[in-house]
Ligand binder design. Structure first.
Ligand SMILES: [Zn+2]
Ligand SMILES: [Zn+2]
Length: 372
């Protein structure tokens, strides 16, 4: 019987028939009289975590034959093993700092093992144990280990470690952490605007592990992340595509400029209204190269030219659909999302949905790709 929510053993049923008992590993204290008059108990396995015994904790255990006090216990309480007439062998740890003369009814003991030195034993015990008792100081435990409960990836196990000296302790063995993970499953598909999430779980302990998946930079089927419309001199790209990504994808393209015709750095995000100059002959000498007409960059859904799809873009599309605002060619192309021929409230709504990731611009470009 344990005190609720604590690591203190309060009471052992003294009439229990079992001859051996393993105190729950993790227990730190065995309370006063806890095992008193446990008439059938012959051996007890104490937890390696034990720190203290209450008074008379094993008083009157008539059949208790041997007991090993775990390393870490510092005090043997009064009458701890008193009136245990069968108790012949005890093992004491060098961690003991005080020794209560009444802890044993000395005349029953035959052998005392002690892990400290003979001098330390003498200083600790003095004459509390009769000199007729055989003392084996400087004892070194030779533990044999038996697994009681195998540790798993997610749960600790228990083993008992016993020594011929009569020490028997239960030890918690740590979780292995070797999970048995199944296949990765998709929690969230990556899109061109946001990364995705995959997860897998352990079939033994159900631990779940997640990884993030980078956002797409190319169409899943291997097509490029842009569509070049040579007839209308437009290059459609996904949001979040940089100048460098585009120049890597179009032969000979070396410069992309802003609306102000100032060349952009390679890490600049492409935005609607930027201009790309593509050489007629991609292999020509850069000094004398002849440039074709400029192409306008179109990021579908990005009307205001900041490269990002937001509510402001949806508002521009809506105002255009009711003729409150005029859009230029690049903006108009950016507003005709999903393969539309005109800009209406439907396109404005799609753009608004894309701004909160309810719509995937990848599908707009895929639709364009099909149409081309
Ligand atoms: Zn030993
Ligand atoms: Zn597991």
């Amino acid at each position: 019987m344990y005190q609720k929510g604590s690591d203190r053993l309060l009471l052992y049923p003294h009439a229990a028939a079992r001859t051996q008992y393993r105190v729950y590993e993790g227990t730190k204290e065995i309370f006063t009289n806890a095992f008193a008059y446990a008439g059938n108990l012959e051996t007890v396995i104490l937890p390696a975590s034990l720190a203290a015994f209450g008074e008379s904790a094993f008083y009157g255990c008539k059949k208790l034959k041997s007991v090993g006090v775990p390393e870490g216990v510092t005090t043997l309480s009064p009458y701890l093993f008193a009136d245990c007439p069968a108790l012949a062998t005890v093992s004491l740890p060098q961690s003991l700092q005080s020794f209560e003369a009444t802890a044993f009814s000395g005349d029953t003991l035959k052998t005392v093992y002690y892990t400290g030195t003979a001098a330390a034993y003498k200083a600790l015990v003095g004459s509390a144990i009769p000199s007729s008792v055989k003392v084996i100081p400087s004892h070194v435990h030779n533990m044999s280990v038996r697994e009681v409960k195998k540790a798993t990836c997610g749960a600790t196990g228990v083993s008992t470690q016993t020594c011929a000296c009569s020490l028997a302790v239960s030890v918690i063995t740590p979780k292995t952490g070797n999970h048995t993970f199944g296949q990765w499953t998709v929690v969230k598909e990556p899109s061109f605007t946001a990364g995705g999430v995959n997860e897998r779980s352990c079939s033994v302990c159900q631990k779940v592990e997640q990884v993030s998946v980078p956002r797409l930079t190319a169409l899943p089927d291997g097509e490029a992340f842009f569509v070049k419309d040579d007839e209308n001199k437009l290059i459609y790209v996904y949001p979040n595509v940089t100048v460098n990504m585009l120049t890597a994808g179009i032969a000979g393209l070396s410069t992309v400029s802003g609306r102000d015709m100032v060349p952009c750095g390679g890490d600049t995000l492409l935005a609607t209204g930027m201009v790309a100059f593509i050489p007629i002959d991609p292999d020509a000498d850069p000094e004398t190269v002849q440039l074709a007409d400029p192409y306008l960059i179109v990021v579908q859904g990005d009307l205001d030219g900041d490269g990002v799809i937001g509510a402001a873009d949806a508002r521009l599309a809506l105002r255009n659909s009711v003729e409150l605002d005029a859009l230029d060619d690049a903006q108009t192309a950016a507003a005709k999302v999903g393969g539309a021929d005109i800009v209406s409230a439907t396109e404005a709504r799609l753009i608004l949905r894309a701004s909160v990731e309810l719509e995937d611009p990848a599908e707009w470009l895929a639709a364009l790709n099909k149409a081309a």
